[in-house]
Design a protein around this ligand. Structure first.
Ligand code: MLT
Length: 231
């Protein structure tokens, strides 16, 4: 969880917020988006979008609904239907962008979902032999775990084991959870509290999209540009 990462460890971090920030991010890059500015608040996102000009898309949610005055919410299905090729997006979400910003201190940081698991893991492992941390963005500002993120963390562990990585106990716990799904991520997402909340709001399609493994070959990486955090 955010806050549990050992400060001395410089290993690459894969931040997972499968419902829905990191899935939306993967969809954006698979659709040809140029970059995504990762913001810490609605106000910071509005300011960044204003400075970046009219071609920029302001994206984000409050309580999973499109934030007031924003161009797009945080729905990967909505993003997939929007022409994002060459566009710059500015994004703020409740837990996902917060988790990304929280580890942006010099480590290699990737935004990982299930749809781009293989591509992200490959990129993170290519950083060196020191291991990889998978951070579950969780809920309530990263203080509590979200079932769907741990399930997906387990999917990353499963693939990492085929690369000879030694799992920590937390990783093994996530792996067991993933294995208990028998490959049916959608059922686990539908069981999870946030999945139920999204489904009640009419976002069932987002769960379906997010539950597909390894269908997008993009590995969004965080970098600092002109004082901004950008994927
Ligand atoms: C978050 O960052 O908390 C989520 O991505 C919220 C959402 O489902 O839009």
């Amino acid at each position: 969880l955010p806050g549990q990462l050992d400060d001395d460890s410089r290993c690459p971090v894969i931040v997972v917020d499968v419902l829905r920030a990191t899935t939306s991010i993967a969809v954006a890059f698979a659709g040809g988006a140029r970059e995504i500015v990762v913001c810490g608040s609605l106000r910071a996102a509005r300011d960044a979008a204003r400075k970046l000009g009219p071609r920029v898309l302001l994206c984000g949610e409050t309580n999973s609904r499109r934030a007031k005055g924003f161009d797009l919410g945080n729905s990967p299905v909505e993003w997939q239907r929007t022409m994002l090729r060459g566009r710059t997006l500015v994004l703020v979400t409740t837990n996902g962008t917060r988790a990304l910003r929280g580890v942006a201190d010099g480590r290699a940081v990737f935004a990982g979902a299930l749809v781009n698991r293989a591509a992200v893991l490959r990129a993170a492992l290519a950083e060196g032999p020191g291991g990889v941390a998978v951070m579950c963005a969780g809920t309530e500002r990263g203080t509590r775990l979200a079932l769907e993120d741990v399930v997906v963390a387990g999917a990353y562990v499963e693939l990492a084991l085929t690369e000879g990585v030694e799992p920590a106990d937390e990783a093994l716990a996530a792996l067991r959870l993933w294995q208990s799904c028998g490959g049916d991520a959608l059922s686990a997402f539908r069981e999870a509290a946030h999945g139920r909340h999204l489904e009640a709001l009419g976002f069932r399609g987002d769960l379906e999209l997010a539950s597909q493994a390894d269908v997008m070959n993009v590995a969004p990486r965080l970098r600092q540009t002109d004082g901004r955090l950008v994927l």
